[in-house]
Design a protein around this ligand. Sequence first.
Ligand code: ZN
Ligand code: ZN
Length: 354
Amino acid sequence: MKQRCEKLIGVLAPLGVDGALITSKTNIRYFSGFTSDEAVLLINKDRRVLLTDFRYTIQAKEQSPDFEIIETSRAIATEEIAAVIREMGIRKCAFEDGYLTVRAFNSYKDLPVELVPHTTEIDRVRLVKSEYEIECLKKAQSIADAAFSELLTVIREGMTEKEVANELDHLLRKHGADENSFDTIVGSGPNGALCHATPGPRKLQKGDLVVIDFGCKHMGYCSDMTRTVAIGEPCDELKKIYGIVLEAQLAALDALKPNMSAKELDGVARGVISKAGFGECFGHSLGHGFGLDIHEAPYASTRSADTLLPGCTITVEPGIYVEGLGGVRIEDDCVLTEDGFINLAHTTKEMIVI
Ligand code: ZN
Ligand code: ZN
């Protein structure tokens, strides 16, 4: 944690900033180890201070040994934060403008410091994962693979999307997940054309393709995988679409290498789908990083300026969505290494027909 804080200060110093006020749950956890957002971190080159109230002081002492713990009288204790800022001598302080509520921001306006918005720079300290983080990500995905493999023995025609999602969520917990990375997506038949379909009362029918996008957390670290399964033999058009998405996904994995541009990776999969005449039906980006947050840098899209550095994570998730017919998405979660990448997902991508 100490090294992570030093890295943060190293990133902020060239921006003329001599301290950081950290308030988001993800970054509080990343920089201090504390797993609640009922805290504020103040970090400069000399000190690391965690302010929290009576309910959390024991937890903070246990989880954040690299931090001085200061007990505040209540949750957002502006005067007490101000006193620590004065003591630490911070003059220009980075804060996470991407996460702070307007109410909290208004109360922080009185702090005796110039607050400078730097969410992007702060978040990007998390860009390159350590070995420990990669192990956590691997474990999260191995739980997801095991849960999905068991789901395949249960899922059948006549189950509702909601039942499938509930079953999968239960299996994730059974195999050791702490919680979901995000709400499980199950889109069957025409609902598969909704990229982020909310599981509903629709019953799985013969000939459906079912898009299942899900993930779970281990030690706070997220997995993210999508598989599209068939309930009985699908029609020729859906089979063709499945084949194109799989070809695009495999082409992108084939091209994936460390230090390449994320935009270029997006272009590989998009090229395959466009060439097949379905360019308009792939309206989202190819992938995103994942870690303590389910969506974090880098981003693989048509506009991305990111480079896929060794230690970065990236999902590869092309899709084709046709209104009224259905959709296909196939997603793996990968970690770049010095000389290639590790695909964390081990579930088959050949079309599974139930
Ligand atoms: Zn996903
Ligand atoms: Zn994803």
